[in-house]
Design a protein around this ligand. Structure first.
Ligand code: SF4
Length: 116
């Protein structure tokens, strides 16, 4: 697998391979963060998810995000969940919007304030 490391602007081109014994070999990285990124992308790729949810009584949506990264395979489920979520105002930055989004164990929280 060929990847570009996204952990800093240098953008090292990584080659990630699985060895016969199941271990993962990364080459092309200039620092340990790149190796860790390559291994994670091969074994359990994760991403932060951001989105918008409806706010009852207003046409202005509330921006939200997952508190931490979630498995890539759950991104579509969480995005669909957010598209069908409506919250009641008021909300403040950091307020819990969706607990344990789609069974990921990760909460979705507000990233802006909204008034009544
Ligand atoms: S491997 Fe290290 S130096 Fe290279 S892009 Fe990733 S973080 Fe930056």
């Amino acid at each position: 697998m060929q990847l570009t490391c996204i952990n800093c602007p240098r953008g090292c081109e990584l080659t990630v391979e699985r060895n016969a014994d199941g271990t993962v070999k990364v080459t092309g990285h200039a620092c340990p963060r790149g190796e860790a990124y390559g291994i994670a992308e091969m074994t359990n790729p994760v991403r932060m998810v951001t989105g918008l949810v409806r706010v009852a009584g207003t046409r202005r949506p509330l921006p939200v995000k997952t508190r931490t990264a979630i498995p890539k395979g759950k991104i579509a489920d969480v995005t669909n969940l957010l598209a069908n979520t409506t919250v009641l105002p008021p909300k403040r930055i950091g307020d819990l919007i969706v607990p344990d989004a789609c069974g990921t164990g990760v909460d979705v929280v507000a990233t802006a304030n909204c008034a009544v």
